[in-house]
Design a protein around this ligand. Structure first.
Ligand code: NGQ
Ligand code: ZN
Length: 458
């Protein structure tokens, strides 16, 4: 298929009158700017085309709790009490409900311009902790939801064994998450086998956090995935809360990022989610390496985590991507905006996430988050160029925030003044999944979601 864009953000920058040819597998096979007379068989788009945004960190089921954890009373609530509420919510979820929630969420992600999602998945077992008949049951549900909506998914089954550094025993609320190293390796192997032929499904792993796995388990999981797929992504929650940093120091004498970098070979496969409390030295080491830091600004704000020093990290050459994490918000625009605003509020300056070469904040943030997200999800996306998958977003040039804008002002306006109405169409792997803001299965999926939520809130 061919599409013709009035203007497009290509790997080398903005170009006008761009003809994109997409092959049968959904990959871009030719990019030709300056084609004024579009061939008749192609779809003409009078709006701006930009790459789809990867969402590198999601816990799908948490979408159904959004808005239900905001009423504990002033000063009483924290990350840790939120987590107890989340554990209580998890107790009741059935596989069908998880699938119905995930499908609704993924429609909303597509509508928000996310074309790929990294699903950090730890809800493996039945409510009493016993395994389902098929060990991939819950993963299959999540992946089925992704397939129904057409979003590309990097599925990251989570290794979770304990509740605290150095192998502390788990608590009851965590029993649906638990696997030993062998059961986990078997789960990963099953998933890789099961989804080998689906080009939009990538399997990686996610040791939950240094609070949830021991050093031996972590190394074992990394060795296992490396044998099965040497390029598979590896994600971990690393340093989100000050209490976590204090406990890590008490256990090991080192801070979490420091411990990880000193203990494991952290290469380009790694994504360190919530490196919030990486200090200057840790950030420098991370920036000198190849791993991606996963930032989830709306969730990090919602949970009262803190602010990662993204400006220094990026200035040192660090790589970042964005995630919607708890899915309290499902908006790439909101994540990017809050990422910059966190820096502004901390430093009392403006335009912090930008560079001399790329002075536009919207453009800079969009570029780095697409590149970092593509790396973290190990999907063949990240730019509109030959050989990459055709995952793209068509913006609505008639949205009030975007009208009459061109070039980087489009992205500045999108990030700082835009809303969901700014996203018009979304393509994943050469197929339109959102047209004029709507998903073709959106209504059925929404009915199923409503049904699931009604039962959960009854
Ligand atoms: C999670 N979420 O696994 O859903 C976590 C909370 C934890 C975030 N870290 C639980 N945002 O970290 O122990
Ligand atoms: Zn998370």
């Amino acid at each position: 298929m061919k599409i013709h864009a009035a203007t497009a953000l290509l790997a080398g920058g903005w170009a006008d009158d761009v003809l994109l040819a997409i092959d049968g597998a959904g990959f871009i096979e030719a990019v030709t700017p300056g084609v004024v007379d579009a061939p008749p068989e192609c779809e003409r788009l009078s709006d701006a085309v930009i790459p789809g945004m990867p969402n590198l960190h999601s816990h799908a089921f948490q979408r159904a709790m959004a808005g239900l954890t905001e009423a504990r009373g002033p000063g009483e609530d924290s990350f840790w009490t939120w987590r107890r509420q989340m554990y209580a919510f998890v107790e009741r979820l059935t596989p069908e409900q998880v699938q119905d929630i995930a499908a609704q969420l993924y429609v909303e992600m597509l509508q928000a311009g996310y074309s790929n999602v990294g699903e950090f998945h730890y809800l493996h077992h039945q409510a009493d902790g016993s395994p389902y008949e098929t060990r991939t049951e819950m993963s299959d549900r999540i992946i089925a939801a992704a397939r129904e909506t057409g979003i590309a998914v990097t599925h990251l089954p989570v290794l979770y064994t304990g509740n605290g550094f150095g192998g502390a025993p788990p608590e009851a609320g965590q029993r649906r998450f638990l696997n030993d190293s062998d059961a986990f390796a078997a789960l990963v192997e099953d998933l890789i086998g099961r989804y080998r032929d689906d080009a939009l499904v990538r399997i990686g792993i996610a040791p939950h956090s240094l609070r949830a796995v021991t050093r031996e388990q972590l190394q074992h999981a990394v060795d296992a995935i490396t044998r099965l797929d040497p390029m598979a992504p590896i994600h971990i929650h690393i340093a989100e809360q000050t209490r976590e940093v204090e406990e890590c120091i008490a256990w090991s004498g080192q801070r979490p990022v420091q411990w990880l970098l000193n203990s494991i070979d952290v290469d380009q496969r790694w994504c360190l989610v919530h490196a919030t409390y990486a200090n200057g030295a840790e950030r420098k080491r991370l920036a000198d390496g190849d791993a991606v830091v996963g930032l989830c600004p709306t969730t990090e704000a919602n949970l009262g985590d803190g602010v990662f020093s993204a400006n220094e990290f990026l200035a040192d050459g660090g790589r970042i991507g964005i995630g919607s994490d708890s899915n309290v918000s499902v908006s790439a625009i909101e994540e990017l905006r809050l990422l910059e605003y966190g820096q502004r509020l901390s430093h009392r300056l403006r335009a912090l996430l930008a560079s001399d070469e790329s002075p536009s904040v919207g453009r800079y943030l969009y570029d780095v988050a697409v590149a970092g997200g593509a790396q973290a999800l190990a999907q063949p996306v990240g730019a509109l160029e030959v050989g990459r998958r055709a995952d793209l977003v068509v913006l609505d040039g008639d949205a009030p925030a975007l009208v009459c804008k061109s070039g980087d002002a489009i992205l500045d306006s999108l990030v700082f003044a835009g809303n969901r109405d700014a996203v018009k169409h979304v393509m994943v792997a050469g197929r339109w999944r959102i047209r004029d803001g709507r998903h073709e299965r959106g209504d059925v999926i929404f009915e199923r979601y409503k049904h699931a939520l009604a039962a959960l809130l009854a």
